[in-house]
Design a protein around this ligand. Structure first.
Ligand code: ADP
Ligand code: MG
Length: 695
């Protein structure tokens, strides 16, 4: 059995299970092995009820003092129990588990494990897991991996298949030389995969993770630096000069550019008019006005008679850019002839777009990844702008190069990356920074609250809507209990809100004339588009959404951003979400609702109140979480490393970069014997493009 073996080769995987795996994008045994747990549950020793800290998942060993009662609330069965252990008392509530009434004997002792909450002066656990003391002793101290699953596939079943896969997998010879393993303190790949899925303890898990993160970073950096154009100045066939079009456009804009925007625009003009291809990254915090700068570069390209392309990470964002540009054409008579190209367009629509692109009739192509696919033939593609897509790089550039001449490249990013890391990750890009927000912005007002504040928040939302404003509400999940069979998820143990149910709830608590709609990544593209349009045109007042709105959406009339389960998100991601409001003239507000009452969780969120500076926030987040922290949420996935996190794993990233440099200096073709296995691995990886999906 090897990485390419279809998942069906595992015993017990039939057609039905295969389909479930396919939903998780697991098709081969290799895919399964690299399907890493989203977090781990630790079964700690039971604590005395008096010591059980609010907001923490604890196990308590207590005596059932009494069944306090049961009731029905709509279709929900509620059972209330009181426990005591001599140090204190705690109330326990079970939902839809009527049979427990018979199981839980008055005077019986059990281990209850769940999140400790407060209700008035009392402690409360909702829906805890129940164990006999003997059963609990067996798992005490263990780390149980938890995977993001799909309905029909349980954690237990997955672990069974994982065990089988690890047992029968034919591991290739270790790819790194002994000295390289030693120098970097790395365990073998085999040991790492074993331990990431079946850790014997925290230390082993950290080592496993380090190895897998190193692999990911190293492969990426090695491939990037090895590409033939890395660090080479490419002669440009498109020397683009400024024309009256951009000057006129700037005069027509209702606002002047900020000094930072002017400086970056100057740098771009310099690059595009030079004899070499531009290769530039523009970093600027959310709301700093990157779009206008990109539009200027695209307009200049069009005015010189060439084509430009603007690539966005999601269809929603692509569409929005398309509409912005159409607006400019209408309002200012710009010389754009834009065309939209996204994966979900019908074959006919695509064909028409291809035609207009090939003939050169379209001079601006806006879309998603679809715009670099084989079928698209450009007439004279001179500039490619990518918005919020970090890993646009070697591969995509090569693909574009195959389509004709080398275009200028402009990468726009709102992710704050410290300069040392940016130099590693972007390597051969020039970096511009827009370090100034437009002056007319009112600072956003922030609050960090617990769930008891919701009623107040809803009243506030209703008031803002009455005044003509719009509101975003973000939930971490799409549908109820999709990957948490018990309704709980993650080490935090707090219940997670989901978009679908939350929308219903809001519809019932808000006045009925307020239009509430929802948006999430699993919706059909046509529906997403419709909802986004309705929100942009203000047919919808309140948009309940997953983080699909995180990047780039621009609806200046939206003034409230409410984030449920804020404790589940990285601060950098929350900062991005916050960037969706405060984009217009009205005072804007952010409400971060934490379902975790733990003090650290609240403290972490309060950093968002203290600062509006993305760099500061990312570095504080890192400081608080500490390197090597692996339980809990991921940073925004823009970098799309599967397991590595450029912030928390910054040290490993630097290590991997040093190794890549060293090997490229000593043995660039991996011809030496000690690098033989690495060469094989790299060749196969390049072929399968498994590790380099988005390079
Ligand atoms: P981001 O950098 O997050 O992509 P956008 O480009 O979407 O930000 O800009 C956010 C909002 O700010 C838009 O509505 C845009 O029209 C406006 N904007 C951009 N530049 C300026 C400026 N110099 N002065 C005032 N408003 C600006
Ligand atoms: Mg943007």
């Amino acid at each position: 059995m090897d990485g390419q073996s279809p998942i069906r080769e595992l015993k017990g995987v039939g057609e039905k299970t295969q389909k479930l795996f396919a939903k998780l994008d697991i098709h081969t045994v290799g895919d399964l092995l690299t399907f890493y747990p989203k977090d781990y549950e630790t079964f700690q020793k039971p604590v005395g009820i008096a010591q059980a800290a609010l907001g923490e998942v604890c196990a308590v060993y207590g005596c059932v003092w009494g069944i306090l009662g049961e009731k029905r609330v709509r279709n929900l069965h509620v059972l209330n129990v009181k426990l005591s252990d001599g140090t204190g008392e705690i109330f326990v509530t079970f939902y839809n588990m009527p049979f427990l009434k018979k199981v839980l004997k008055k005077g019986g002792f059990y281990v209850f494990r769940g999140m400790v909450q407060s209700r008035g002066a009392n402690k409360l656990m909702e829906q805890p897991k129940l164990f006999s003391l003997d059963d609990y002793r067996k798992i005490e101290g263990q780390l149980l991996p938890r995977y993001s699953l799909t309905k029909g596939l349980t954690n237990q079943a997955l672990l069974k298949y994982m065990r089988q896969a690890l047992t029968f997998y034919g591991f290739l010879p270790e790819r790194y030389s002994g000295s390289m393993l030693e120098r970097n303190g790395l365990i073998s790949e085999r040991a790492a995969l074993e331990a990431i899925h079946f850790p014997s303890g925290r230390e082993e898990l950290l080592q496993a993770r380090k190895r897998l993160v190193f692999d990911e970073f190293f492969s990426f950096l090695f491939m990037m630096r090895k590409s033939k154009d890395y660090g080479r100045q490419i002669t440009s066939e498109y020397r683009i000069q400024e024309t009256a079009d951009t000057v006129r456009f700037l005069e027509q804009l209702p606002f002047p550019l900020t000094e930072a925007q002017k400086r970056v625009w100057q740098e771009i003009r310099g690059d595009m008019g030079s004899p070499y291809c531009m290769n530039r990254l523009v970093q600027g915090d959310v709301g700093s006005g990157k779009t206008i700068v990109a539009v200027l570069a695209l307009l200049m390209t069009a005015a010189n008679g060439y084509q430009g392309a603007l690539m966005a990470p999601t269809e929603v964002l692509a569409l929005q850019h398309f509409e912005t540009v159409q607006g400019y054409v209408k309002k200012y008579g710009c010389s754009f002839r834009p065309v939209l190209l996204t994966g979900s367009m019908s074959a006919g629509e695509k064909r028409e777009a291809y035609g207009r692109i090939a003939s050169g009739e379209a001079n601006l192509v806006i879309g998603t990844h679809a715009l670099i696919q084989e079928k698209v033939q450009y007439h004279s593609l001179a500039l490619v702008v990518t918005d919020e897509q970090h890993r646009f790089g070697v591969r995509q550039r090569e693909r574009l190069a195959q389509k004709g001449a080398q275009p200028h490249i402009l990468v726009m990013s709102a992710t704050p990356i410290p300069r040392t890391l940016a130099l590693i990750l972007y390597g051969d890009l020039q970096i511009s920074v827009i370090d100034e927000l437009p002056a007319d912005r009112l600072p956003i007002k922030n609050c960090v609250v617990n769930t008891s504040y919701r009623a107040t928040a809803y009243r506030f939302i209703a008031k803002e809507v009455e005044q003509g404003r719009q509101v975003y509400v973000i939930c971490p999940q799409v549908e109820g209990a999709e990957d948490a069979q018990d309704g709980f998820s993650g080490e935090g143990g707090a219940p997670m809100e989901n978009v679908v149910d939350y929308t219903e709830k809001l519809k019932s608590v808000l006045p009925s004339h307020i239009q509430v709609a929802y948006l999430h990544g699993k919706m059909r593209p046509g529906d997403k588009k419709r909802i986004m349009e309705e929100f942009a045109s203000h047919t919808v007042d309140v948009l309940v959404s997953t983080t699909v709105v995180e990047v780039g959406i621009n609806v200046p009339n939206a003034t409230v951003m409410m984030v449920e389960n804020a404790e589940r998100f990285g601060l950098a991601q929350l900062h991005q979400l916050r960037g969706r409001v405060g984009r217009g003239e009205h005072q804007s507000y952010c409400i971060f609702v934490s379902a975790n009452e733990k003090e650290e969780a609240m403290e972490r969120l309060k950093i968002l109140k203290k600062s509006n500076d993305g760099f500061f926030i990312a570095s504080e987040d890192l400081r608080l979480r500490g390197p090597g922290e692996l339980l809990g949420v991921r940073q925004s996935g823009e970098f799309s490393f599967q397991i590595g996190d450029i912030y928390t794993d910054a040290a490993v990233l630097q290590q991997a970069a040093r190794e890549a440099e060293r090997i490229l200096a000593e043995d660039p073709d991996l011809a030496q014997e000690e690098n033989e296995a690495l060469r094989r691995y790299m060749e196969a990886a390049a072929e399968n493009a498994v590790d380099f999906r988005s390079i």
